[in-house]
Design a protein around this ligand. Structure first.
Ligand code: ATP
Length: 362
């Protein structure tokens, strides 16, 4: 742990005797021997005060008594140990901020995420009241209690995320409970936030496939199925070329898709028409339209978008065309004919461009 997270030495020094724990994904990933992640700490005391002692510009979330700090370039989330109760299914929890670590672990989603390592102990022992380590070794996702998905149905999306990422299975009872999860019980914002995190995973497609298999995605419901197909497209060529903007792209998938629908409805007959329609569309509009069925966009991206003339404006000026709209008109016409396979080579391009540029009155 010390080697993977050297900044924890600083936390230990400034904790002022208040029990502090490494919790959640960082503990899980340490046990899995995976690369380090940003860390989550729980303190049985004031989270903001600890963050200040760590020299952080504290971003405090009053409601949940949490704070963020940067340590050695890594983000550290610090939370006061808390217990949660859910007033009704899918609602935000009521928070009791004076709990100990056991109650804090008991509010978590899966056993593999409900382990802690106490940082003040010289010889820290894993705190694992829900036998997360066993499940981790067996590759199982298991909720902590039978009401878990009722309390927070977004945990079903989290299950898909972990199952896809780690190749884990749902423990049978958890699978039964998950089948009853109702994502419509949570606000669209919360649902979409978890879906976006799934969409940003390397194994996003598998995650969305699992959600479908579990009966949680209904075609065209809330853009979710669309998000799945979009994530799949972005994971392979040619669409992976624009996936570097993946998060932003997928964020927009879950919102309105305006221009994309025009591209879907268009059915261009010729390459030049396809280029006219698609060029100028934002990447999000293109990939959305493709996810909605505009297959012609594959060829646009693979072939037509890259078609360039061998001539340029300077060639037309040299041939006597004056700068201005005629120049653009000539080049546009040559490109159109080249895209449609009607001209070949520099000489033909020049001929077509000059004819179009010299046409009066256009
Ligand atoms: P990742 O590796 O993707 O960052 P993580 O396990 O760190 O995953 P976070 O979403 O950052 O996940 O949450 C941190 C911890 O908070 C989780 O490990 C889990 O214990 C707990 N948690 C997060 N969301 C929920 C939830 N909806 N219900 C219960 N516990 C949750």
């Amino acid at each position: 742990m010390r080697a993977a997270y050297p900044e924890l030495a600083t936390v230990r020094k400034v904790a002022g005797g208040k029990p502090v724990y490494l919790v959640g994904g960082a503990v899980r990933d340490l046990l899995l021997g995976r690369r380090r992640t940003d860390i989550d700490l729980v303190v049985e005391g004031d989270a903001a005060a600890l963050a200040v002692r760590l020299g952080a510009d504290v971003v405090e979330h009053e409601r949940f008594a949490t704070a963020k700090a940067q340590l050695d370039g890594h983000e550290v989330d610090i939370a006061t140990a808390r217990a949660e109760t859910y007033p009704q299914p899918g609602a935000l929890p009521e928070v009791e901020p004076t709990a100990g670590i056991a109650a804090d672990l008991a509010r978590r989603d899966f056993t593999i995420n409900a382990m802690a390592i106490p940082l003040l102990r010289r010889d820290p022992e894993l705190i694992d009241p829900h036998r997360g380590r066993e499940d981790l070794e067996a590759g199982l996702l298991r909720v902590l209690h039978s009401g878990s998905f009722d309390d927070d149905p977004t945990r079903a999306v989290r299950a898909a995320r972990y199952a896809a990422r780690f190749g884990f299975e749902l423990e049978p009872e958890t699978k039964g409970l998950l089948g009853q999860a109702d994502l419509s019980m949570v606000s669209a914002d919360r649902r979409n936030a978890e879906l976006l995190r799934l969409a940003a995973e390397a194994e996003a497609l598998r995650g969305f496939a699992l959600l479908t298999e579990w009966g949680l995605l209904k075609p065209h419901e809330n853009g979710m199925e669309l998000a799945g197909r979009t994530a799949g497209l972005l994971s392979e060529p040619p669409w992976s070329r624009i996936a570097d903007r993946g998060r932003a792209v997928l964020a927009a998938v879950l919102g309105p898709w305006g221009e994309a629908e025009k591209l879907v409805a268009a059915h261009p007959g010729r390459p030049s028409e396809a280029v006219k329609l698609a060029r100028g569309s934002a990447p999000i509009e293109l990939v959305l339209a493709r996810a909605l069925g505009a297959e012609w966009l594959d060829r646009y991206l693979e072939e037509w978008d890259a078609v360039r003339l061998e001539i340029d404006g300077a060639d037309l000026i040299e041939a006597g065309v004056s700068e201005g709209p005629a120049l653009g008109r000539g080049l546009a016409e040559a490109l159109r004919r080249k895209l449609d396979g009607e001209v070949d080579g520099r000489n033909e391009e020049l001929e077509v461009a000059l004819a179009a540029a010299r046409k009066p009155g256009e």
